[in-house]
Design a protein around this ligand. Structure first.
Ligand code: IPE
Ligand code: IPE
Ligand code: MG
Length: 238
């Protein structure tokens, strides 16, 4: 069931899709089979998030540190992103989903980078869920890139404030994630949205990403409704 009437729905959910490798290991399959199964799972979660009324869904798909993996796995992950765009863009467009990319496009091969740009341009004017794919994304790299752009603009250092940093991150214009979900039992951020998740609520599940179902999303959202967010202040008792 997916009715959350009267409940607080996170406007922006960010997911660290972890555990593809272990999911495959458990089945005696190669790691890439886990990545493929994980990618297959995205469709159902996007559609459910959209149905529930979530406005922004960010998925961590490849970190700046994931380049340290064996080159066959890295190449496989690039191919999987390319296939995902080929297979899913049209249907996401029809669902009024707006695609965004977070991270460094420059690090990807030119064909793949162009493919990502085309998908973003096609869906640019869509007004439904924003689906942000963090691919070749690292929170630290994103802050470095923002600082570089700010310095290059020749701005007076006294003018630098939070909103200026935010406007130069690849998440510019997106609200901070209300909730960060991580699958597979790990409880760390692994360089994901380190600036934006300063006041996010965290939800962890032992479930591996390919096994993450709409019910798990519902559980997370219910739990979110029970959390008390204070942002450093104090909430007056009713
Ligand atoms: C997450 O699954 C996907 C990527 C990091 C690309 P993993 O590949 O990290 O899976 P585990 O953590 O090894 O099980
Ligand atoms: C984080 O998972 C990156 C993604 C899910 C894309 P990792 O599996 O790379 O993180 P660590 O190495 O366990 O911290
Ligand atoms: Mg992992």
């Amino acid at each position: 069931m997916s009715s959350f009437e009267g409940e607080r729905i996170p406007q922006h959910i960010a997911v660290i899709m972890d555990g593809n490798g272990r999911w495959a290991n458990q089945r005696g399959l190669p790691r890439l089979a886990g990545h493929r199964a994980g990618t297959e799972n995205i469709r159902a979660i996007v559609s459910e998030a959209s149905k529930i009324g979530v406005r922004y869904l960010t998925l961590y798909a490849f970190s700046t540190e994931n380049w340290n993996r064996p080159s066959l796995e890295v190449q496989g992950l690039m191919q999987i992103l390319s296939d995902f765009i080929d297979r899913e863009t049209q249907s996401l467009h029809e669902q009024n989903v707006r695609l965004r990319h977070l991270g460094r496009l420059e690090g990807l091969n030119k064909l793949l980078a162009r493919k990502v740009e085309r998908a973003i341009n096609l869906t640019y004017a869509n007004s439904g869920l924003t689906l942000a794919i963090a691919f070749n994304y690292g929170g630290r790299a994103d802050i470095i890139d923002a600082v570089r752009r700010i310095v290059a603009s020749g701005i007076d250092p006294a003018m630098i404030d939070e909103s200026m940093i935010e406007a130069h991150l690849t998440t510019a214009g997106m609200p901070d994630p209300d909730m960060v979900i991580r699958t597979s039992g790990e409880r760390r951020l692994s360089n994901f949205l380190i600036w934006q998740a300063a006041y996010s609520e965290y939800w962890f599940t032992p479930v591996f990403w390919p096994d993450f179902r709409p019910e798990h999303l519902h559980q997370a959202i219910r739990e979110y409704g029970r959390r008390e967010r204070r942002f450093g202040g104090i909430n007056e008792a009713p």
